[in-house]
Design a protein around this ligand. Structure first.
Ligand SMILES: Cc1ncc(COP(=O)(O)O)c(C=O)c1O
Length: 478
């Protein structure tokens, strides 16, 4: 059990939250025997709770619509529904509770500030002071000018405004199938054809443009040997810049890994080439790491995989392990731009949020979670590669660390997306006790970063069994 008896008010000398570390196996006891199911799923109480809530609550995600269960409790990698069924969590909510549900140290940190100081607008507090220093210590040198928010979309909006303030230019270049949130600017900088985000009028905001981005499985530009041609993408951007914009581009807005689109990583050489192109054109590079940042890929930032430092960056989701806290950060030389955009908000950087974020970063360090994600992530990839080799409908497997995806196709040669199979595999695995994330024909996995190989294997077996059943259902195997 976690005890706060050793809690010292944030320790300025040690630059620490004051909340002690916990043993890295804190989650193992509640994970014993999961999944453990005592009713058919969704269970009777789940159905009543969901149906009553759904009379009033609209706009549910596909994650919920396809499997309307009602949850009561979470601990580590375990989620329990209102009927007492226990699930293995391969979702972290939606990439959010990345250090495990109700991590004792983080819950305690939030509870402490819920009792001492919940909100004092954007006045400085000791916990905020230490958080900002801690962030600067894990981010690349010089990426240290910060404003805090309480959702990813607000951080992205602030990032867009900061770009305009930095260089005085106004146009934005975004990428096909990237996602940045559901507010007006965020929607304009991303794909718009989804029902749930296409609600802001007949077009994206003026001055926002979209360009193709290299997807290794579905490339637009290939070399003679069939490999993806990243130089051709950059040449296309040159032409696009010349022909489509008015030459007043402030920034390229990049999702370094496409989360919503299905865990798609660009080829290793692409992002550095993109940054070099931005520099040539005097354009900023804004990396939206709301989903991928803070450990999920085995690095503090997904951009580290590409050895590239962006000018502007956003964090969210894993940042507070479920407590709503997000950040927009710019390079030191651009700090004044944040002053120019009246960047503060009502809830951004409140003491509970700072405590959650600081405790989360400390947990990643204390429990060596980046290392765990890299090691167990390799195991995930190896097993997924085996599934690709053994299953006719698994067209591609992708990801790094614990940001993983599996693309289902009707035919490996034509690569025709298999949406019906995507839905069915998602539902079948959920019925077997695996909480996870659908994305049309791409299945997404986002387990808590604390997960070890034993539980990774349990979840993978459920997925493989479900794929096999779906292949049988559609007549691919007998
Ligand atoms: C890359 C990215 N940016 C921004 C957002 C928006 O974050 P929020 O839902 O907290 O507004 C998301 C949400 O999924 C995201 O994946």
């Amino acid at each position: 059990m976690y005890s706060t008896s050793t809690f010292q008010v944030p320790d300025l000398d040690k630059r620490h939250s004051g909340f002690p570390a916990v043993h890295k196996d804190w989650w193992k006891e509640s994970a014993q025997g999961i999944p453990s199911l005592i009713t058919a799923l969704p269970g009777p109480k789940s159905k009543i709770t969901h149906d009553n809530a759904a009379k009033y609550m609209k706009g549910l995600s596909s994650q919920v619509t396809l499997f309307p269960v009602s949850f009561e409790r979470g601990h580590g990698v375990m989620l329990e529904d209102v009927d007492g069924n226990k699930y293995l969590d391969f979702s972290s909510g939606i990439y959010v509770t990345s250090l495990g549900h109700c991590h004792p140290k983080i819950s305690e940190a939030v509870a402490h500030y819920a009792k001492t100081l919940m909100n004092c607008h954007d006045f400085s507090t000791t916990i905020k002071e230490i958080l900002l220093e801690k962030m600067a210590s894990v981010l690349p040198k010089g990426l240290n000018q910060v404003q805090l928010y309480s959702d990813g979309s607000s951080a992205v909006e602030a990032g867009l405004r900061a770009c305009r303030a930095i260089n005085g230019k106004h146009e934005f270049l975004g990428f096909f199938r990237d996602f940045h949130g559901k507010s007006m600017g965020a929607v304009s900088a991303a794909q718009m054809i989804r029902g749930d985000v296409f609600s802001f009028g007949p077009t994206r905001a003026p001055g926002f443009y979209m360009m193709p981005k290299p997807d290794p499985y579905r490339p637009h530009f290939k070399k003679a040997d069939g490999s993806i041609d990243t130089d051709a993408y950059i040449s296309f951007y040159d032409e696009f810049f010349r022909e489509s914009t008015v030459g007043n581009v402030t920034a390229v807005v990049l999702e370094p890994v496409q989360g919503w689109a299905g865990s798609i990583f660009s080829p290793d050489d692409f992002v550095a080439k993109l940054k070099a192109w931005c520099e040539k054109k005097k354009i900023l590079l804004f990396a939206d790491e709301v989903l991928a940042g803070m450990g999920r890929t085995g690095e503090w930032m997904a951009m580290n995989h590409y050895n590239t430092v962006p000018d502007v960056i956003t964090f969210g989701k894993s940042f507070g392990n479920g407590f709503p806290v997000t950040a927009m950060v710019v390079k030191e030389e651009y700090g004044d731009a944040i002053n120019k955009i009246s960047a503060s908000s009502s809830y951004g950087g409140n003491p509970m949020a700072c405590a959650a974020a600081l405790a989360s970063i400390e947990v990643i360090q204390e429990e060596h979670l980046l290392e765990n994600v890299r090691t167990v992530g390799k195991y995930f990839m190896k097993r997924m590669e085996e599934m690709k080799a053994n299953h006719p409908i698994v067209g591609d497997v992708k990801g790094k660390g614990f940001l993983l995806g599996m693309e289902l196709v009707k035919d490996k040669h034509t690569k025709e997306p298999f949406d019906e199979a995507g839905k069915l595999v998602y539902q079948k695995a959920f019925k077997k006790g695996l909480a996870w994330i659908p994305a049309g024909h791409i299945l997404r996995m986002s387990p808590p970063l604390i997960m070890d190989q034993e539980y990774a294997e349990k979840g993978l077996q459920i997925i493989e069994e479900s794929i096999w059943e779906v292949e049988k259902h559609f007549g691919y195997v007998h």
